[in-house]
Design a binder for this molecule. Structure first.
Ligand SMILES: Cc1ncc(C[n+]2csc(CCOP(=O)(O)OP(=O)(O)O)c2C)c(N)n1
Ligand SMILES: [Mg+2]
Length: 359
């Protein structure tokens, strides 16, 4: 594809490559929204109001900085920890909570695991729980875009542990051979559940694995939105110019548990956690914004209280949304329901009506 025919850039890509104070404030606001929602979701799960949740604390700058560099047309293939990415893409909190609850507002009709949201209208593919499968999906979609000459990229998100998976190898190998317009975004959060980074691979970095596939691999400080944003802008330009993929390793730390089913105190030290808490990406960006005068302490306090209020209203509305209709169980299998399925549906409807089965 000739460079002249490329779309100008993602909406937030500036000619100078630098993020303006306005951009940074919006990025910070999104990171605050993500942190607020993350903390609340952990509590909601403990209260039995949602079934399962996978936290992102510590990874906000990596996700929001990355998402800021993407165009809305780019297709996102997430893992399961990408709440910050979902928010920077503009997915409403109410819609996400509908999925966590599995109510009638859930676009997936309560059929997916909680926290495994996906939205066709946001080019955001449903979360992949089997580690690594999203990498192959993203490469396949990139090959399709390449053939159709669609001026977009695809991007997959995965963790350090996933670089040990079969799909990582298959995906990166294909992408390198076919120079696919795709970006591999690895959030190295130092742990794959209870397995530390050094037990995953003897490679000095995860990014260097790209060498074997014949394309660039870069390491960035994932707590620094500038570094992440720059790396993604560069990788995206490269992909669109027909120069092939890039592997980005964003070095971060998972401050919370792996998921609501995990207790990290059983396998990692308080000292390690304390060290990384000192590198909290929100504190880092706040410090920068205060120093530049783009934010004040009262402005920051206001921003947090706005985030809490916005979330409370989304939650109230999601919890007031009717449950998913059990009869939707029979939808979406065939374009036209077969006779047998129709019969089963009527029988099921009767059982529901008579109260034999409770929704
Ligand atoms: C194919 C497969 N094997 C094992 C698991 C269980 N599992 C879920 S998450 C996870 C660790 C993934 O670690 P990493 O890639 O570092 O991502 P992180 O959870 O740290 O973001 C494992 C082994 C799985 N989901 N899929
Ligand atoms: Mg990890």
């Amino acid at each position: 594809m000739a460079k002249a025919s490329l779309p100008s850039a993602a909406p937030h890509t500036t000619a100078s490559g630098a993020l303006s104070d306005k951009d940074l404030l919006q990025i910070y606001r999104t990171m605050v929204a993500a942190r607020t929602m993350d903390e609340r979701c952990l509590t909601l799960q403990r209260q039995g109001r949602i079934g399962f949740y996978v936290p992102l604390q510590g990874q906000e700058a990596a996700q929001v900085g990355c998402g800021w560099a993407l165009a809305p047309e780019d297709w996102i293939f997430p893992a399961y920890r990408e709440l910050g990415l979902a928010l920077v893409r503009g997915i409403p909190q109410k819609l996400l909570l509908d999925q966590f609850i599995g109510n009638s507002g859930d676009t997936l009709k309560g059929r997916q695991m909680p926290n495994h949201y996906g939205y066709r209208s946001y080019n955001f593919v449903t979360a992949s729980s089997p580690v690594g499968t999203q990498i192959s999906h993203a490469v396949g979609a990139a090959m399709a875009a390449q053939r159709r000459k669609d001026p977009i990229i695809t991007i997959s998100f995965f963790g350090d542990g996933t670089t040990s998976s079969n799909d990582f190898h298959a995906g990166l190998n294909f992408a390198g051979v076919f120079r696919c317009p795709t970006v591999f975004f690895c959030q190295n959060n130092q742990w794959a559940i209870s397995l530390p980074r050094e037990r995953q691979t003897h490679s000095a970095t995860l990014a260097q694995k790209a060498d074997a596939y014949g394309f660039p691999g870069v390491v960035v400080d994932g707590t620094d939105v500038h570094a992440v944003y720059d790396a993604v802008v560069t990788a995206r330009r490269r992909a669109l110019a027909g120069e092939g993929p890039t592997l980005i390793e964003a070095q971060v730390y998972r401050l919370g548990p792996h998921s609501t089913s995990d207790d990290p105190r059983r396998y990692r030290s308080d000292a390690e956690l304390a060290e990384w808490k000192g590198k909290d990406p929100l504190a880092r960006l706040k410090h920068e914004l205060l120093a530049s005068g783009a934010l004040t302490e009262p402005g920051d306090a206001q921003l947090w209280s706005d985030a809490k209020a916005q979330l409370a209203s989304a939650l109230e509305s999601a919890e007031a949304t009717a449950p998913v209709d059990p009869l939707t169980l029979f939808d979406d299998v065939f374009a036209v329901r077969t006779g047998g399925l129709e019969e089963q549906r009527s029988e099921f409807a009767g059982l529901l009506k008579d109260g034999v089965i409770q929704p």
